[in-house]
Design a protein around this ligand. Structure first.
Ligand SMILES: [Zn+2]
Length: 251
């Protein structure tokens, strides 16, 4: 991912290494990233657990604090924080001030093109000025399931995401956004993930923006992301763990 690495070299971004929580699966780790609760404690222990989260999330805490929230994301995110089960004709495009995710574009096909997804996100960002926006593309994971971890297709899917990001990150930086780029989990050579292999569990976390300390090393855990994002937003993270060294002044 040459663009992101170029930002690191230019001291505009800092890269941290995270060991994801277990199981290294999507829905359990969406819940982990967005609530700070690990799968064995949240009860979202596999992808087939279709219900609302039992915990406060970045979305619910920001919403309660009067902030505007948005997501361009896979429909499981809508199921965890807005309504479950997902009804595409009702939920595909969401605009409801009462819901934790007030503005949403939710997709159902794993092959929904990442470049379209980022345009959905830009629509939400420019039309509704969300305080917190989750952008959640699926093509890297989808390609890994089709071709495996050690494949040119998987690597090229990551390169493609880097190119898409290079079109938007300069605009977001210019406008003063605090940006986190991370992943729920990785991929193995059996075209799946879920266990404890390094290639399934090692994920990056990249910070961009003036409110990050850019101090390295920093022992951030996946369960720290929710509370750290709340702190950045000026929202009380209640009982969520916060990685203070990640933020300016360790606040
Ligand atoms: Zn997957």
């Amino acid at each position: 991912m040459g663009y992101l690495n170029g930002l690191i070299r230019a001291d505009k971004a800092t890269l941290y290494k995270i060991e994801c929580e277990l199981p290294s699966m999507s829905r359990p780790l969406y819940e982990c990233i967005l609530t700070g609760v690990s799968p064995v404690n949240s009860g979202i222990v596999n992808n087939e657990v279709v219900r609302l989260s039992h915990f406060e999330s970045v979305f619910s805490l920001a919403h309660q604090a009067g902030k505007t929230t948005a997501a361009a994301a896979y429909y499981w995110v809508s199921e965890l924080y807005n309504r479950a089960p997902f009804i595409a004709t009702r939920d595909r495009f969401t605009h409801d001030e009462q819901l934790p995710i007030q503005h949403g574009c939710f997709y159902q096909a794993d092959s929904y093109p990442d470049d379209h997804l980022f345009i959905d996100a830009e629509y939400l960002r420019t039309q509704f000025s969300p305080d917190f926006l989750l952008i959640h593309p699926m093509n890297i994971d989808d390609t890994g399931h089709k071709f495996g971890f050690d494949s040119s297709q998987y690597r090229n899917a990551a390169r493609k995401a880097d190119i898409i990001l290079s079109n938007y990150i300069p605009i977001w930086m210019e406008q003063g956004y605090q940006i986190i780029v991370t992943s729920d989990h990785g991929m193995n050579n059996d075209h799946s993930h879920g266990g404890i292999l390094p290639e399934e569990c090692t994920v990056p976390l990249l910070t961009i923006g003036s409110q990050f300390s850019h101090y390295s090393p920093c022992n951030i855990k996946q369960t720290d992301i929710c509370g750290t994002v709340c702190t950045l937003l000026g929202v009380n993270p209640i009982d969520k763990p916060v990685c203070h060294p990640l933020l300016v002044g360790g606040r």
